[in-house]
Design a protein around this ligand. Structure first.
Ligand SMILES: Cc1cc2nc3c(=O)[nH]c(=O)nc-3n(C[C@H](O)[C@H](O)[C@H](O)COP(=O)(O)O)c2cc1C
Length: 201
């Protein structure tokens, strides 16, 4: 009887944990602007509206950034196939880790930490800030910097194709980011990137 009670309590506890995660719809892997048009439109944006991204857009964006386009390989290349990045997704509702295989955002911290991801005012207005965190067990921070550029450019091109604004950012306080994302000793933030709808002037 006691065992049954414990199982029920544990099951409901696990359910309430999982309920914070965001299961994303399957990414749409076709469509968008032709590559040459996306390259033509790629640019940095620093003025954003606070309009949220819907889950389909979020899914498409994250897949473009760092999803799997083959069984075990991704949309971005990495030296020696290290696949050393952990994509942190900072939304108004919390800090999440992108599980690319399961297509789920796993909530790590609840609450709005967007302002902690950078020094520029728009980081707290735009709906999404990505933080590219290297797993130091797989590569050094210096070694990972080049691989990071490919992920960031994927985001730039997706945004150009989808009519979104984006800016990759090196100007952030490492300690602020570390504490907001609750990073451990083996995780190091390399770059951040804001995404959102452009403010119409
Ligand atoms: C590694 C890197 C770090 C950057 N850091 C910042 C930043 O912290 N803040 C910012 O507003 N722009 C940042 N940028 C964006 C550049 O300023 C921008 O790419 C450049 O001005 C050229 O503009 P374009 O992207 O529209 O071609 C960064 C770009 C790179 C590649």
């Amino acid at each position: 009887m006691n065992k049954l009670l414990i199982s029920i309590v544990m099951a409901s506890f696990c359910f309430s944990c999982a309920a914070q995660d965001i299961s994303l719809p399957n990414p749409q892997r076709t469509g968008g602007k032709p590559l040459m048009e996306a390259l033509n439109d790629r640019q940095t944006t620093r003025e954003y509206s606070d309009r949220e991204l819907d889950e389909q857009t979020l899914s498409d964006l994250l897949w473009a950034a760092y999803g799997f386009n083959r069984e075990d390989k991704r949309t971005a290349p990495s030296a020696n196939n290290r696949q050393e990045f952990i994509l942190y997704v900072v939304l108004k509702s919390g800090v999440y880790v992108y599980d690319a295989k399961a297509n789920v955002l796993i909530q790590k911290v609840k609450g709005d930490f967007r302002a902690k991801t950078g020094k520029q005012e728009f980081v707290a207005v735009a709906p999404l800030n990505l933080v590219y965190v290297v797993d130091l067990k797989k590569n050094s921070a210096e070694g990972a910097a080049i691989d990071c550029g490919y992920i960031s450019q994927n985001v730039y091109l997706y945004c150009a194709s989808a009519g979104l604004g984006t800016v990759v950012r090196g100007w952030f306080d490492k300690e602020d980011v570390r504490s907001a994302l609750q990073l451990n000793e083996e995780e190091e933030p390399i770059l951040t990137q804001t995404v959102g709808y452009k403010l119409q002037s």
